[in-house]
Design a protein around this ligand. Sequence first.
Ligand SMILES: [Zn+2]
Length: 428
Amino acid sequence: MSADPLPRLRAEIDARRGEMVALAQELIRIPTLNPPGLRYREICEALGARLERSGFSVELIRAEGALADSEAHPRWNLVARREGGRPGDCVHFNGHHDVVEVGHGWTLDPFGAELTGGRIYGRGACDMKGGIASAVTAAEAFAAAFPDFPGAVEISATADEESGGYGGVAWLAERGWFSPERVQHVIIPEPLNPDRICLGHRGVWWAEIETKGRIAHGSMPFLGDCAVRHMGAVLAEMEATLLPLLAARTTAMPVVPQGARAATLNVNAIHGGEPEQAEDYTGLPAPCVPDRCRITIDRRFPMEESLDEVKAEIAALMERVKARRPGFSYEIRDLFDVAPSMTDAEAPVVRAVGAAVGRVLGRAPAHVASPGTYDQKHIDRIGRLKNCIAYGPGILDLAHQPDEWVGVDDMACAALVMALAIHDLLGA
Ligand SMILES: [Zn+2]
């Protein structure tokens, strides 16, 4: 390979700018809404056709039997691979092809993919069809500039990241697609701005806590036991003791925004007493002492904490409340958990992308971590591949918002960084 790949890669990417935009638009125009998981096969076929034309061998893989997979809404994934001329490492780009609901407040067609003022608008533009188009362009430009490259380049477009990734990366990882023998470097082009490298994410534990009481007539509450009052005591204990403790428990992980650089707890939902009636119900509620009350908690934790500690802390809190309230009983049910993931700042993929950002943008990238999880969890925990980052074009704050967009200059810039990183990782 030549001494300085930058000018050649830049020329190849400049020549593909129109195609890159057209690919992002084509992907945005397929409304792969999740839930329920619409048109997954169609988007895999569209991207597969494009990648076959540029020399990739393409496999379409249905995550049969995965969570949410059904005949009505099959979970399709694409894995495309382009072999180089000699043996070597494999650099893999993974993008999720699903998008979240449109929501209100749009001024443009959410699936029109309108290009105006150097921006492409639409649901999924930044999260993350723009990133997929950038990665495809990077791989194509690299293969065109260095056709005899060693190793392989892979691109996957996977289902269901927005709902946990179980019909996508998790399913593929369980079947060896991300094993370290097959894939050595993974870049996930989520929208993080072209000057930031995301090393990982915090962990999460969702649980349901139920307080129990005894139903009675609302005019004689002393004959029952109010589960909502018990829950009030639980929430008061959280406010008084747990939340201040979590806020003070800061992490060395470079989580952005700054507010997430500590342990956090949200109460996602609360339900107690008579269920809410339909909106067209015109009657009054009935008077009862509620016999149960439930909350869903969303606990996020950094590398410094373990899931066992997180659970034990809540159990201890519940026991403190119990000790003060005669007859109080409760149940804690696990709903979902993900361990934190953090790639070493000295890992090859971090160093290669960092060096490429330095060359393209003239400044060192910021290393960040995400407050919420993304598919890196499955690549790390199931695939056992630690050399994985998120890096891609687009502004994270625009994800899931109305009038979501991705900048074409950002896409081209990220594509150049990714192409340079491939060149570096596969070894000149
Ligand atoms: Zn995303």
